[in-house]
Design a protein around this ligand. Structure first.
Ligand code: M6R
Length: 607
């Protein structure tokens, strides 16, 4: 998704803008640009391609301006091109703006502006906003801030906007609706960005802007209003990560660094969650669930976080005394999920800003359901909307491919399930062993990380393959889904996950000599069944990587990786770490851009 940076202060703005944009690279982008402003005018420089190209273009240009805005664009309306990249300026070159989000009614607004004689240079939805501001400022004689407030009332869809102008070169205006924006300030000035990592080198005090807020930023002040111009309170938080946590720390990619951070991420997520043999979750206790007569529970999310939901539901469905289901947020929001005051909806998200998940959460709230978020990013959209938030304490996840966010979601959802079973009186959840083993998980993950060299060798099996097949049953199935997603996402090898028992109902037709099958067989009740399914693929020439328990009789297979002994529920955590490494090494031997896979964005803040 697009990334925004803005700075106004006593220092030249460009260094802040560029470092901030580089910290936002994880969001994915195809072009980049900046506008700098002072009393002599606007200077805009933008290009299709990487930030390095923008840097090269700016290298020989003196840039002393102390006010500016920056942008990395991830194309939604109009191809990646210099013209479509941001910032966008009006014809007089007196107003410039950057935008993250989608203006849904841009065609209708464009028609009106065309009738008024405005000429468009780009195919973007964004450009209408700069012409609207021009119209309100120069023709209706509103102040720039009034023009912004009038404009945001016209816009449907999502937006985070930053605006500079030669008319007021000592101000930056910003506005937010459904796209993220955080503010910061230090001794030198005032700044904002799409996400906190862009600010962390300057300040750890962050103000996450709320939907429906607009800001007047000056070098030494910052004022927040709602879209009707009513002043709003400032709600600052101290961001708990330092800037070094967002660097690669000796690894050649963020993905590998984050894979190795999983023992500590899991430890942090579990910190303080146990009181003896019980789960401690005051956030959930406050929801007063027993009195609400909960009759159904939905776990809702996108992508990797959705796989965590499938895990949570598979884990709880045998025990729950009510209906439980997992749904992708994009289906939930447009389906007809049964929602009322007896429904609990759990929304899972690393970023807390995923557009579909937020829309699903809003729908659940509208219908009166009880809502809870399982989120990694402090102060993000979901945390501000949900009735309760449980934080995964994974730290900043920069790699587009989610790793430590997923394993921390699995452990936190396990704790949540134990808590729900307890609160809603569902009876036995073999929780004492599980709680003991949850606490052993960080060491168990350390153990499986030792397979790294072996996994690097196994990745050779996939070097020239176009497809891979992941299979598993019960709690192994979400792991298979996540392994397949990871592999296709970073190595571009097409991969699918199947319930092992479904293989012979179709997919086995695809198996041929040297097909690669990755089998998870960690659940004692069904592991032997999965092993029989593997035999069927081997009979057709498949090369199999089997991930299983210590006890399983499987020495006859070519490649067997055994997981540390823990409660069955937790093999999904240790097992997926192996699959993350397999995806990483496959991508690495194929020379892929691991942290920034093509076409993907870290945070999908548009539908
Ligand atoms: O920030 P979220 O957890 O809400 O993001 C959801 C998905 O977009 C995300 O998990 C995506 O599937 C990852 N790239 C997977 O590695």
């Amino acid at each position: 998704m697009c990334g925004i940076t803005a700075y106004i202060g006593a220092e030249p703005a460009l260094p802040f803008l560029m470092q901030g944009l580089s910290k936002l690279e994880y969001r994915g982008y195809d072009s980049a640009g900046v506008t700098l402003v002072d009393s002599s005018g606007l200077f805009t420089c933008k290009t299709k391609g990487r930030l390095k190209q923008l840097e090269d273009m700016l290298e020989t240009v003196p840039c002393p301006q102390k006010c500016g805005i920056g942008h990395t664009r991830w194309a939604t309306h109009g191809v990646p091109s210099q013209m479509n990249s941001h910032p966008h300026t009006n014809e007089k070159n007196t107003i410039s703006l950057v935008h993250n989000g989608i203006i849904e009614n841009y065609l209708a607004l464009k028609e009106e502006l065309l009738k008024k004689g405005y000429k468009f240079k780009s195919e973007t939805d964004t450009e209408i906003v700069v012409h609207l501001l021009d119209d309100y400022y120069y023709h209706e004689h509103l102040s720039l801030f009034e023009a912004l407030l009038k404009a945001v009332h016209q816009l449907q869809g999502s937006f985070a906007l930053c605006i500079v102008s030669t008319e007021e070169p000592d101000v930056i205006y910003a506005a937010k609706k459904e796209s993220p924006m955080v503010l910061g300030r230090d001794k030198s000035g005032t700044m904002c960005a799409s996400d906190a990592p862009a600010l962390l080198a300057y300040t750890s005090e962050i103000l996450p802007l709320k939907d429906g807020q607009a800001v007047i930023m000056k070098a030494d002040s910052l004022q927040i209003f709602d879209f009707d111009g009513v002043p709003q309170e400032e709600e600052w938080i101290v961001f708990p990560y330092d800037v070094h946590a967002a660097q690669k720390g000796g690894y050649d990619s963020f993905m590998m660094k984050e894979i190795h951070e999983q023992p500590s991420a899991v430890r942090e997520t579990l910190r303080g969650r146990f009181r003896g043999e019980m789960v401690y979750m005051p956030e959930i206790e406050k929801l007063n669930l027993p009195a609400r007569g909960i009759q159904r529970i939905y776990y809702v999310a996108c992508g990797t976080a959705y796989h965590a939901c499938v895990y949570a539901v598979t884990q709880i469905s045998a025990r729950a005394r009510c209906a439980v289901s997992a749904m992708p947020a994009s289906e939930f929001r447009y389906g007809s999920p049964y929602l009322d005051e007896h429904t609990l909806c759990v929304f899972v998200s690393q970023s807390g800003e995923t557009a579909d998940t937020i829309a699903a959460l809003k729908l659940a709230k509208e219908k009166g359901a009880v809502t809870a978020g399982v989120v990694n990013v402090l102060g993000s959209g979901i945390t501000r909307l949900a009735d309760a938030t449980l934080y995964t304490c994974a730290g900043p996840e920069i790699s587009v491919a989610s790793t430590k966010a997923y394993t921390t979601q699995l452990v936190l959802l396990t704790c949540l399930n134990i808590k729900l079973a307890d609160l809603l009186d569902w009876g036995v959840f073999d929780q004492y062993q599980l709680i003991e083993d949850l606490q052993k998980l960080p060491e168990a993950i350390e153990e499986v990380l030792k397979y790294e060299k072996k996994i690097a060798e196994l990745a050779e099996l996939l070097r020239y393959r176009q497809d891979a097949y992941f299979i598993g049953r019960q709690l192994d199935y979400p792991t298979a889904m996540e392994g397949a997603l990871k592999l296709k996402e970073v190595s571009y090898v097409h991969a699918d996950a199947y319930y092992a028992g479904e293989l012979k109902h179709g997919p086995i037709a695809l198996i041929e000599k040297d097909s690669v099958v990755i089998a998870m067989a960690t659940q004692p009740k069904v592991a032997a069944k999965t092993v029989s399914n593997i035999e069927e693929t081997i009979a057709r020439g498949a090369r199999v990587i089997l991930i299983t328990t210590q006890q399983m009789k499987a020495d006859r297979f070519e490649h067997v990786l055994r997981l540390p002994e823990l409660s069955d529920e937790l093999s999904a955590v240790t097992g997926v770490v192996l699959l993350q490494m397999l995806a990483y090494y496959t991508a690495s031997i194929k020379g892929c851009d691991i942290d920034k896979p093509r076409n993907l964005a870290k945070s999908v803040t548009v539908e």
